[in-house]
Ligand binder design. Structure first.
Ligand code: CP3
Length: 332
């Protein structure tokens, strides 16, 4: 049993913790490597370095799970769409070529992403058995958005028509290849799969079924069949309860805009996350208060401590250490 599995099975009362973007720019040891590796995709596909980066936060903070250092946009990349990460801009994708997309072969896709699977294999051997190794994918909706919009969308409504045949075509391909990517991560040692739907909050209610519930559930069912735990993070979705009822993941990660006490009273599956990452830029008293609020709210529930989005680059690693101490102390 891992620490997270003990928690979600209700066997132990201890709150496990890990952080989204725990490996990343707030760590000087990451920035050092990044400086010398300007091409971000190449860095993700460098097994030696991505293994080292995955372990950096584990070595520093002894988190209860490792999340593989990679990116959700490696899937569009492996499907033939070029991806560049531009400084102070974010990702920029080349125009999609549907003909090429429809001709991608499973073997070629797996070959392109093979270094990711090698990293997972590597890490699995290096971390203690009680720690989970988290693999991940972007949810179909969020990936579709990046592939069509070719950069991060602005907040606000985003209109894609479900009746559009090209959109259908892309969603079908995503379902097929995300399952291939999930399967390969599991075969190489991932014991949990998190599905990141960072732009779930952009969709109006009427589109949730077609763009979010159904495509995400298809992946969750696939993960369940393999006896692996799924975590969903439909960031900024209006109604988490409805999402959970429709998609039925094992664990739900909440963002920082929802009131945790409402979540506590309406959702019965294990909960993860919630704390606003900006809190880690405040002083220790504020951090302690806010963290304790989440811990207390979910005291009688199955709760995994995490944030409501990724660690911000400007976060002081000492504050992350303090955060870890507060959560560990609460556990007694
Ligand atoms: O530690 C971890 O969480 C594992 C690694 C990880 C990265 N990206 C590394 C990364 C994970 C799980 C992701 C997921 C991801 N990638 C998401 C979903 C979660 C979220 O943040 O909403 C999304 C939307 C992406 C796409 C992406 N990758 C963007 C928009 C950007 C640029 C802006 C940003 O948020 O950093 C990236 C780059 C990226 N992915 C970095 C890292 C460490 C920063 C690279 C750098 O500039 O040095």
């Amino acid at each position: 049993m891992t620490i997270i599995k003990d928690c979600i099975s209700g066997k132990k009362n201890k709150v496990p913790m890990w952080l989204m973007r725990q490996a990343g720019r707030y760590l000087p040891e990451f920035r050092l490597i990044r400086q010398e590796n300007q091409n971000f995709i190449k860095l993700c596909l460098n097994t030696k370095l991505s293994s080292e980066i995955t372990l950096q936060p584990i070595n520093r903070f002894n988190f209860d799970a490792a999340i593989i250092f990679s990116d959700i946009l490696l899937v569009p990349y492996a499907l033939g769409q070029q991806v560049n990460f531009k400084k102070d801009f974010g990702p920029e994708l080349q125009k999609i070529n549907l003909k090429e997309l429809n001709e991608v072969k499973k073997e070629d896709f797996l070959k392109k992403l093979n270094p990711v699977y090698q990293t997972i294999n590597n890490i699995k051997k290096k971390i203690p058995q009680e720690k989970d190794l988290i693999g991940f994918v972007g949810a179909p909706w969020t990936l579709l958005l990046y592939m069509v919009n070719r950069k991060s969308p602005k907040e606000g409504n985003f209109n894609l028509s479900y009746e559009d045949l090209d959109i259908h075509n892309i969603l079908e391909k995503l379902d097929e290849f995300l399952k291939i990517h999930i399967e390969a991560q599991i075969e190489n040692g991932a014991s949990i799969i998190q599905i990141f739907d960072s732009w779930a909050g952009l969709l109006p209610e009427k589109d949730l079924e077609n763009f979010i519930y159904r495509p995400t559930k298809s992946l969750v069912d696939f993960i369940k069949q393999k006896n692996i735990i799924s975590i969903c993070f439909p960031r900024n979705i209006n109604n988490y309860k409805k999402f959970v009822e429709n998609v039925e993941p094992d664990i739900i990660n909440i963002d920082y805009n929802v009131d945790p006490s409402i979540i506590k009273n309406t959702i019965d599956i294990p909960i993860q996350g919630g704390l606003n990452p900006k809190i880690l830029l405040q002083n220790k008293d504020i951090v302690k208060n806010e963290v304790t609020k989440y811990l207390k709210t979910f005291e009688k529930k199955r709760y995994i401590f995490n944030l409501g989005h990724g660690v911000l680059p400007e976060t002081n690693p000492d504050m992350v250490k303090y955060l870890v101490d507060v959560v560990r102390k609460f556990n007694g």
